[in-house]
Design a binder for this molecule. Structure first.
Ligand SMILES: [Zn+2]
Length: 58
């Protein structure tokens, strides 16, 4: 019996987003992910929550 392997998908979909400055608790350190809405204090290149790449311009 011949078993045909399913083609591997090597391109993972990359979400794109940007950090939206939103000082929701008044300490001046908060950013919100435009892709998932998660707040963070460190605007890194990728969202640590949803993995969106932060390369969008506003
Ligand atoms: Zn996110």
């Amino acid at each position: 019996m011949f078993i045909e392997k399913a083609p591997e998908i090597d391109a993972t979909p990359v979400k794109h987003g940007m950090w939206v400055y939103d000082d929701f608790d008044g300490d001046g350190l908060d950013y919100q992910c435009s892709a998932c809405g998660r707040y963070t204090r460190q605007a890194s290149n990728y969202c640590p929550n949803c993995g969106a790449k932060m390369d969008l311009e506003d």
